[in-house]
Design a protein around this ligand. Structure first.
Ligand SMILES: [Zn+2]
Length: 156
């Protein structure tokens, strides 16, 4: 009789321990899951900004890839831009709105002045650089020499 009672008690104790173990496992699993979700969210929220901030620094004095600019807004983009062909020339724009703008005001947006010489040039053929370090504004150049001279003059 005594022995049986003890077994019951032991069983209860065992169950208690197991429940506690289970709760602990659940808590750890949930924590890992939660941290994982948060990391993904933070990554997606800030990754673009981090990349963008880095590019604004790193591209200064270097040629900016056309696939990362909007030639209508004359600015570096957070994301890859759209490649569009207009009047047999290839332009890069940030959105469909920008594209429509380019079509509608072609003469105004397709051309610009070489930032060093001041000649009128077509953005589709231009070399692109950043106007100021850490700012998304763009400047366009007719050729590599003007490009080089522009940054040499600025770094003096
Ligand atoms: Zn744009």
């Amino acid at each position: 009789m005594k022995k049986r009672k003890l077994t019951k008690k032991e069983l209860k104790e065992k169950q208690k321990i197991e429940t506690r173990k289970f709760n602990k496992t659940m808590l750890i699993s949930f924590s890992i899951f939660f941290i994982g979700i948060m990391s993904v969210l933070i990554f997606y929220t800030y990754w673009c900004d981090t990349k963008f901030a880095y590019r604004k620094l790193a591209f200064y004095g270097n040629e900016v890839p056309k696939s990362l600019v909007c030639m209508v807004h004359n600015s570096l983009q957070h994301h890859e831009s759209l490649k569009v062909v207009q009047n047999a020339k290839t332009f890069y724009v940030g959105s469909h709105n920008c594209h429509e703008h380019l079509i509608e005001y072609y003469k105004e947006y397709a051309f610009t002045l070489d930032a060093f010489i001041g000649d009128t040039i077509c953005k589709a053929n231009a070399l692109i650089g950043l106007k100021i370090r850490s700012k998304p504004e763009l400047v366009y150049f007719n050729n590599k020499l003007n490009f080089k001279k522009y940054y040499e003059a600025r770094n003096k």
